[in-house]
Design a protein around this ligand. Structure first.
Ligand SMILES: *Cc1c(COP(=O)(O)O)cnc(C)c1O
Length: 407
């Protein structure tokens, strides 16, 4: 008899985007003359940087000739890309990361989801709330939680981001083993200072815990005082793993390329107390279960690190940041307080009512679609997320409509 992994039965179905789609459809049927503007999107809208596109074309042409054709590449990624990443993202900022610490993949969703399988099912896990659901659901699937009760899973430690802590929760009071963090944050747009990250590194070293640091939005950081990497914090090279992606940085959501960084000094332990280098464990996992990101796409990712590529990424992220600024300003004029949107593409808006109520109000009165914060976790209740990932004229029109309807 085929028996399933029953931990899957604990997963709370996420109705968030289904419920949003249903409400939007109903609104469109009632108001067929009005175009709905979608500001709920967690995906980029602008085309690829020209440098990445050119590299992609060239690499595809290489596949057409037996002399330059490439089959399987290294599972950990091509050296040309791993070296560019180590040099440009880390060494250039004084961080001691080498190409051997970099594992190229086809996405941070997979990497942040897969990493937990290196650890024992008994590990105690802390996640941010509101949260990117991948961190939670993959640990539920692996049996590291109890059932879903009320609005949370039993057995998980939730680190609540609130207005009081500026959406940067302090480390947990109790002892945990794995801690997921995401800065700049999705969905709140919050960023963490050096001191705030240092508190997590201290905690991790004290409890022999591991920080799983998701830096998917790093290229939106403009404040020069903000750390770009967890490895800029002294001591993190012994207790942290970092995930980065070309998805939001360079518009690669459809191309698929990301990477995970694990310094050789990060250790984990067997039940009898022997130390194991986590980098070796991840390498074993990737070489067994993954056959590498595609060659043309790794060439496109490499191009992002050229002087021209970097300039194009800057323009691309500036575009979305300007959208976020327009959103913040538009909402302030309509009487709403909002957060984030300065070093991140997301604006986190205080709803002053249940988050679904503001969602419906903005949809019905302005024809604008947002994302209710409650969909990202219990601590997201009372907020909505508005995304800067859109075309400028859509954002401007949405703000005009919201002001006309609510001001
Ligand atoms: C978009 C996003 C990612 C990137 O995922 P990919 O699989 O690389 O596209 C990772 N983490 C967070 C929090 C995100 O929002």
């Amino acid at each position: 008899m085929i028996q399933i992994n029953e931990h899957y039965q604990k997963l709370k179905a996420s109705y968030l985007f289904v419920d949003i789609a249903k409400s939007v459809r109903a609104h469109q049927e009632a108001h067929p003359e009005q175009e709905v503007i979608k500001l709920g999107i967690g995906d980029v809208t602008r085309p690829l940087p020209a440098s990445a596109l050119e590299a992609l074309h060239t690499a595809i042409d290489e596949m057409a000739s037996p002399r330059t054709f490439r089959g399987y590449g290294p599972e950990q990624g091509y050296d040309f890309l791993r070296e560019a990443i180590a040099r440009e993202d880390y060494q250039s900022r004084g961080v001691n990361i080498s190409a051997a610490d970099v594992f190229v993949s086809d996405g941070s969703k997979c990497d942040t989801g897969n990493i937990q399988e290196l650890f024992s099912p008994e590990q105690r896990v802390a996640v941010p709330d509101p949260v990117y659901p991948v961190y939670v659901d993959t640990n539920v699937m692996a049996g590291r939680t109890g059932p879903f009760q009320g609005d949370r899973y039993q057995g998980l430690t939730y680190l609540s981001g609130t207005q009081e802590n500026g959406f940067v929760p302090p480390p947990p009071e109790e002892a945990v083993d794995l801690i997921y963090l995401c800065f700049p944050n999705n969905p709140t747009g919050a960023t963490a200072t050096r001191e705030q990250l240092a508190a997590y590194v201290d905690y991790a070293r004290k409890h022999r815990a591991l920080i799983l640091f998701d830096a998917a939005y790093v290229s939106f950081i403009r404040d020069p005082d903000l750390p770009h990497s967890i490895f800029e914090i002294p001591g993190a090279e012994t207790c942290a793993v970092e995930f980065r992606s070309f998805s939001k940085t360079a518009g690669f959501t459809g191309l698929r390329c990301a990477f995970t960084v694990i310094p050789p000094t990060v250790q984990a332990w067997t039940s009898t107390g022997s130390a194991v280098a986590l980098r070796d464990l991840w390498s074993r996992r990737q070489t067994t279960k993954f056959n590498g990101a595609s060659y043309p796409i790794q060439r496109a990712a490499e191009a992002v690190y050229t002087a021209r590529g970097r300039e194009e990424v800057r323009e691309l992220t500036d575009y979305y940041l300007e959208n976020a600024r327009i959103i913040r300003q538009g909402l302030a004029q309509a009487g709403f307080r909002s957060f984030g949107g300065e070093n991140a593409p997301y604006v986190w808006v205080e709803a002053r009512r249940p988050s679904w109520d503001l969602f419906h109000l903005l949809l019905e009165r302005a024809g604008v679609v947002t994302t209710p914060g409650a969909g990202f976790g219990a601590a997201g209740e009372g907020f909505i997320r508005i995304s800067g990932f859109n075309e400028r004229e859509q954002v401007e029109r949405a703000m005009e409509r919201i002001q006309a309807a609510l001001a």
